[in-house]
Design a protein around this ligand. Structure first.
Ligand code: PHE
Length: 347
């Protein structure tokens, strides 16, 4: 037998065994390995074609053609069988994996603002409509703006309630203990009349429990004008409470003490949950403590380069977590900071 005839014979046999193997492949994995075996780069056909160099030049084109058409035939066999197996597998899947199209869709979870951010922007927008402009300031603060400028004398016992965090670098640099650090900062930059609202994070060196955290947020407002009265402070805050709780509530002002306001008061509102008759939220008192407020102390105006003979004003400051706890009936302040999705999802 000549080399050519031998090769032709080989090709014919190859075509037959390969066709049979393709036809017998039962799975997609099978057919891929059959393809590797016969048509792959290291497959049988490649081996046969390597011997093409050993035959006479004039016979090569004919043999090359035969080889090519064998290859094409096998490739189309492969594709046919593969698409058959594909559809088999799909049918099998449809039979075994039942989909209940009546189940509710899983849906995409869309995030939302943190409850504190939500109530903060509610507070801000209420005061914005009353003409209070937003301000921002530093959390890392000097003792001067946090205490001295606000009429806290050095060593005065009123500082005891504001224990904070100090640095080794400079003991007069602290973390602000309240938003009132902004009062003199704002006065220095904005000549009266002025209405300012500023909210942010404040720090206290407290023992943590359900009501107290080392970090909390405050919203504070400051108004400086001519002939400002305590009645205007009352009217402003009553309106704020009406808008925040969605209904007018009775309020009372209890005398209190802050070094930077004179007179100073604590504002209580009738408990919106029991309308004053006493419940768990208000500890059966019928009243809720909401915020501190008062008329700006003349010494603070002076520190802000404002003449107290011409100008006066009021300030009020509230704990944002406390308001959120009251508004949403949350019983533990620590929920706001531990990022538990089961808590956050409820808002
Ligand atoms: N800064 C006070 C506090 O942290 C609250 C306050 C603000 C009181 C403004 C009066 C006026 O308790």
């Amino acid at each position: 037998m000549t080399e050519v005839a031998k090769l032709e014979q080989q090709l014919l046999e190859f075509e037959q065994t390969a066709s049979k193997s393709f036809a017998e492949a039962q799975t997609l994995a099978d057919i891929e390995s059959v393809r590797q075996e016969f048509l792959g780069q290291k497959g049988a056909l490649t081996n046969i074609l390597r011997n093409l160099s050993q035959i006479d030049k004039q016979d090569r084109p004919r043999l090359g053609q035969t080889a090519n058409s064998t290859k094409e035939k096998l490739e189309s066999l492969y594709l046919k069988r593969k698409s058959f197996l594909d559809s088999q597998e799909l049918k099998e899947k449809l039979k075994t994996e039942k989909i209940d199209v009546t189940l509710p869709a899983r849906g995409k979870k869309i995030g939302h603002l943190h409850p504190l951010t939500q109530i903060l922007s509610e507070i801000e927008s209420i005061f914005l409509t009353m003409g209070f402009a937003p301000f921002e300031g530093p959390e890392i603060e000097s003792e001067y703006y946090n205490f001295d400028a606000l009429n806290f004398p050095p060593g005065h016992p009123s500082r005891d309630e504001h224990d904070t965090f100090y640095t080794d670098v400079d003991p007069s640099i602290i973390l602000r203990t309240h938003m009132s650090n902004m009062q003199v900062r704002i006065m220095e930059k904005s000549p009266p009349p002025l209405r300012a609202l500023y909210c942010g994070r404040v720090y206290r060196n407290e023992e943590v429990n359900a009501r107290k955290e080392v970090i909390h947020h405050q919203a504070e407002g400051l108004l400086v004008d001519r002939n400002v009265s305590f009645g205007q402070l009352k009217g402003t805050l009553n309106e704020f409470i009406r808008l925040l709780f969605g209904k007018p509530l009775k309020t009372r002002f209890r005398p209190d003490f802050f070094p930077f306001t004179e007179p100073s008061a604590e504002l209580d509102s009738e408990c919106p949950f029991c309308n004053g008759s006493g419940c768990r939220t208000c500890g059966n008192r019928g009243w809720l403590e909401l915020l501190g407020c008062g008329m700006v102390d003349p010494n603070v105006l002076r520190a802000g380069h404002i003449d107290p003979e011409i100008w006066n004003g009021f300030a009020f400051g509230m704990g944002v977590e406390r308001l959120a706890m009251l508004k949403y009936g949350i019983t533990d302040i620590r929920h706001f900071f531990i990022s538990d999705i089961r808590f956050l999802e409820q808002f």
